[in-house]
Design a protein around this ligand. Structure first.
Ligand code: SAH
Length: 269
């Protein structure tokens, strides 16, 4: 089955070339094998809506590989990355297949998905990849993982403001956070600038990306870790997404606060 699929891997091979990545036959076979396992497990575990190999070559594999455009060469050769909310392994696993010298950690909250990730790493015999089951909010306080990575990745997990809190704590000083986003990112980014600053990050670049075979444009948002993240972050599981740092308080709460202030003002006058 895997051998049959590699013969139709033109989209992947030529698309990777357009991203500056040359895949060997052995690597292409690994992608096809990975996909066969993904499609097989997807009957039991909800890993992806796209199981068709032709469509997945662009939507999953090339889209994941596009992250390489934001990485300096030495990071592609031997960098340590962590992929937050990896799901079926995106974008971390395609990156590891294309750049075997990298070391990877895949973080995923859902146990069934981590079972798949462990299975596929074993099947593909991938060295230097570890799978961690759990929430990023909790794992980021683990001394082995905190501020330990050259590259922190996330695709389709949350808004940038929330993602900043789920990713920046893992980045070492001088390390990068690279987030996969749609190209109309301006408003989302604007809402996130306060959080990025608070968490010790800075905006490095927004890189427009065209994936061969995909009509809509994407963007990679690259953050740089410039200062340590204050130890109180990330907050408890669920809080970063529910109340992102720097988000304006809910209107009714703000109104109540204003009313209180006015009453106090009157009293002090
Ligand atoms: N990155 C994958 C999956 C996206 S779906 C892809 O692009 O295809 C989002 C995934 O993130 C889900 O599998 C969900 O379980 C996981 N997730 C969401 N919040 C998380 C958190 N705080 N910590 C760890 N995993 C999380």
């Amino acid at each position: 089955m895997a051998a049959a699929t590699t013969t139709q891997a033109t989209t992947l091979i030529t698309g990777a070339e357009a991203l500056g990545i040359r895949l060997s036959d052995a690597q292409t076979r690994q992608f096809a094998r990975y996909h066969a396992e993904l499609a097989r497990w997807n009957e039991r575990v909800n890993l992806t809506a796209i199981t068709d190999w032709q469509a997945a070559q662009s939507l999953h594999y090339l889209d994941s590989l596009s992250v390489a455009l934001a990485l300096p060469r030495e990071m592609r050769q031997s960098g340590a990355f962590i992929d937050i909310g990896s799901g079926g392994g995106f974008p971390g696993l395609p990156l590891k297949l294309a750049f075997p010298g990298m070391r990877g950690t895949l973080v995923e909250a859902t146990a069934k998905k981590t079972a798949f990730l462990s299975h596929v790493c074993e099947t593909l015999d991938l060295p230097n990849v570890s799978v961690r089951a759990g929430r990023a909010e909790t794992l980021a306080h683990d001394g082995e993982l905190r501020e330990a990575f050259d590259i922190t990745l996330a695709r389709s997990v949350a808004e940038v403001a929330a993602l900043a809190e789920l990713t920046l704590p893992f980045a070492r000083i001088g390390g990068l956070v690279v987030l996969h986003k749609k190209s109309d990112i301006a408003d989302e980014l604007e809402r996130a600038l306060g959080a990025i600053e608070t968490l010790g990050g800075g905006l490095r670049q927004v890189l427009p990306v065209t994936i061969p075979g995909l009509p809509d444009d994407r963007a990679l948002v690259a953050l740089e870790k410039v200062r340590p993240t204050p130890t109180r972050y990330p907050r408890r599981p669920g809080i970063p997404a529910k109340s992102p740092i720097g988000a304006t308080a809910r209107p009714e709460r703000a109104q109540r606060r204003n009313k209180r202030r006015k009453t106090q003002d009157k009293r002090t006058r």
